[in-house]
Design a protein around this ligand. Sequence first.
Ligand code: KIV
Length: 272
Amino acid sequence: MSIQKKEFKKITTHVLLEMKQKGEKISMLTAYDFSMAKLVDQAGIDVILVGDSASNVMAGHETTLPITLDQMIYHASSVVRGIDRALVVVDLPFGSYQGNSKEALASTIRIMKESGAHAVKMEGGEEIIESIKRILTAGVPVMGHLGLTPQSIYKFGTYTVRATEDEEAEKLIHDSKLLQEAGCFALVLEKIPSKLAKRVAENLTIPVIGIGAGSDVDGQVLVLHDMLGINTEFKPRFLRKYADLHGIITAAVQHYVSDVKSRDFPNEKEQY
Ligand code: KIV
């Protein structure tokens, strides 16, 4: 029996670093289940984020706060079963890492052991640095996340652009350096002015991946359901819709309902 040689290079944290060094942009999308992860991986995405946005798009919650560690592990293990090439990064959910580095490591170990994912992502800078360092000592790659950090929505009060004032921008720059020094392999910047994102990306050697952070960063990330046009209510300026799956799925379901009602489905050939 011959073993088929894989024609693709698996994406690792080192590959992402090389991509930044070569000036090759990194593509990242969320996925939360096996079927979508398989499609996204086969279409050539570099990084799949099992985002805690699953709380919004999969479970219908208003914020990302309610999703649990067990639920994140369920989504992550489904995604891992669907991929061959992409790097899979999993969000540590709200309440599983803040303020207690031992708990942060325990949550991470559960994610890594039970899902088979490759890295974790955490929201915040200086205030969570001890947790990040402890996780890194266990050999787990960590992706940082600064700017709009949805787990702190009740502190911010709104989902508007962050770090438009000097003080917050300086803190973000300071935090980005701390995260790199601590050993994070990449950083997500969410909804900040593009000039600030450019400055951070130029200052850091690790890849900076933006969402609503302009084009002068090392890669882009979007929520899959938003860019596929499944969710029609969410229309921020940074979102480009690459499909109208809301329209396509609605039409297909309406067609099916009509075929069942009219007895057109199933026909002679569609039965035993
Ligand atoms: O949970 C998520 O989908 C995210 C992205 C918006 C970066 O954190």
